[in-house]
Design a protein around this ligand. Sequence first.
Ligand code: UD2
Length: 351
Amino acid sequence: MKLDRIFIFFILLLLGILFYWVCYLGYNQESYRKQQTQTTDPSIVKNILMSEEKHKNLGLQSSPGFLYSQPSLLVGSRTDVVSVTPWLAPIVWEGTFDSSLIDSMYKKKNITIATTVFALGKYTRFLKEFLESAEQHYFVGYRVRYYLFTDRPEEVPEIKLGEEHYLTILKVPSMDRWQDISMGRMEILEKLTKSELASEADYIFCLDVDAKFYGPWGVETLGRLVAVIHPWFYGYPRDQFTYERRPESQAFIPAGEGDYYYTAAAFGGTFKEVHELTKYCREQQSIDASKATEAIWHDESHLNKYLLYNKPSKLLSPEYLWRDISMRTSQVKVIRLSHVAKNNEEVRQNA
Ligand code: UD2
């Protein structure tokens, strides 16, 4: 008899818990529905749609049934190089990514890559090889908008561009000193990344013109803030990097500090990040100029300082900027972009 009572008590207790749980769920769904109806305010709906769009742009989705090699946690395909920084940004080398997988995911995203290049004075002679080789290797199959800044638009060669690749020529004033041309890029890029052109593209890369593509440069390079490791110094201790070491320059980096030495010949990311970087470099260059100082490697010195304290989210190995005059090394399996040999005295206004 006593056992029956205990049994009935437990049944009632269970029913009570069940009833409470059903009521609680119902309340939550009701308040969720209320939130949904509140969002019919057009401005809020627009914000939500915009953030959903942003989210869609950030996420990478693969397709069911798309087959690729199993990623391993135990065996890396590259053991001769480091492919992650101490702050956990990937360092892209051939063999560290699956281009068919990455392509399959980015193809769905309908992205546009803006690419800037400057060719002032005699540097227009590099345009043909730069653009023709880019059309063979650079973001083939994706929408690319080149923005070419030059003081000699009449010298821009006719290049047959691939599908969805566009070229805009923008005239800029001539300058006498090559150092001013190189550093002056920062101010122009600062403005470009803030202009309405920013809405025409998702990512931007800023490249030197005296360079040629030899291998594929694709969506594996995209990221929030992307820096390229300089081909000269990738095996050097940090104290031998050619950072600015004079405290009187804004680009000064004290001994003992530094991660990698980055090239100014190629960098990129989102418009927001590249805007911040170029604005910083332009500001620091102006402060130096007001003190009659010039950093040892001009824009590159300021870029290195910025990237030391604003860590890039992705690094590209020297495959992404080699030098034609350098011996190939075993670590560099594919040369994608390379600086062509040039006679500085011949191509620059001032040697
Ligand atoms: C290094 C950097 C370069 C820049 C420069 C500053 C590398 C591989 N490159 O290259 O990015 O930071 O040092 O000291 O590290 N330009 C013209 N007309 C000129 C001169 C320059 O259009 O008369 C443009 C052109 O786009 C060129 C760029 O400025 O690619 C940089 O000049 P550079 O290539 O002569 O500089 P360089 O080789 O010392």
